[in-house]
Design a protein around this ligand. Structure first.
Ligand code: ZN
Length: 286
């Protein structure tokens, strides 16, 4: 199998992910809209060749500077107020894969083995190259703002890239730009959460690992009690109940007490069907 080791192929895909563009053809089609061109100060539509050329020559530091200046302007103009929950602005971290190939790679590609079936029906293991990024963004009902993103380097874990990203966000945006960090279950690890606190932020994490003591303890302490809160959410619409358990041990590595909230949502009551139910378990630092 011939493989090209160039940054060119991967690089284009990565910018597509960072800019949230599915293809340059698609973006080029949008530039035919007059309002789009007016916003960008363009006299004529762009071609996908122009977009590809520009992103080939984009400088990562410049791109980060633009992201930061946009987000800071939004905050100064109070545009992020609608993204706050209970008066707190949350930064959410998530890892996404933007590119994978079995034929093309660059020096920064991660690798994994995958099993494929060839034309004769024989199974074989091949190397697949891919790029993953941790993305930090502020989410709201009307606005999602990407603050920054960081590649997961070959051989390193998601947590290492996430901490590098958080450290840079603190330097570029300041500790008070957001109030707390929310992460998915993958980050529910004591050392990671301690580092987030040292950076000056509270945290909220989804718990999915039933083998964690804090998960079982929160269930045990709340299961025979009435919910602490119950209300109807007219916007979605669904009914919400939640149970809260304070002062729980999270893990020996974390070494501090946490608060656990166990919400349960129900919606939709169709004939001969039970309403749908969704349950979560969240832990937070405060
Ligand atoms: Zn690559």
């Amino acid at each position: 199998m011939r493989r090209s080791r160039s940054t060119r192929g991967c690089g284009r895909w990565c910018w597509g992910g960072a800019l949230r563009v599915s293809s340059y053809l698609n973006l080029a089609a949008q530039t035919h809209r007059r309002r789009w061109r007016h916003l960008c100060g363009l006299k004529a539509p762009l071609t996908h060749h122009t977009l590809a050329y520009v992103t080939e020559h984009l400088n990562v530091a410049d791109r980060r500077h633009v992201l930061a200046s946009v987000a800071k302007t939004l905050k100064a103009n109070k545009a992020l107020e609608g993204c706050k929950l209970n008066g707190l602005l949350f930064l959410s971290l998530d890892a996404n894969e933007h590119f994978h190939s079995r034929h093309r790679c660059c020096p920064d590609c991660c690798q994994r083995h995958v099993e494929v079936t060839d034309a004769q029906g024989h199974k074989q293991r091949v190397i697949e190259y891919y790029h993953r990024y941790v993305v930090a963004q502020i989410n709201g009902p009307k606005l999602n703002v990407v603050l920054d993103l960081e590649p997961i380097r070959p051989g390193e874990g998601e947590g290492a890239a996430a901490l590098r990203l958080l450290g840079r966000i603190r330097r570029v945006y300041g500790a008070r730009f957001v109030d707390a960090v929310t992460v998915d279950a993958w980050y529910a690890k004591g050392p990671f959460l301690r580092r987030v606190e040292r950076l000056g932020w509270a945290w909220v994490v989804v718990l999915k690992r039933e083998d964690m003591d804090v998960f079982g303890e929160a269930h045990r302490l709340s299961q025979d009690h009435p919910p602490g809160r119950a209300f109807a959410d007219p916007e979605r619409p669904r009914t919400v109940q939640w149970w809260e358990v304070k002062e729980l041990d999270f893990s020996p590595q974390y070494g501090r007490k946490v608060r656990v909230v166990r919400p349960q949502e129900q919606w939709g009551r169709r004939i001969r069907h039970e309403p749908q139910t969704r349950r979560w378990v969240w832990a937070s630092s405060a």
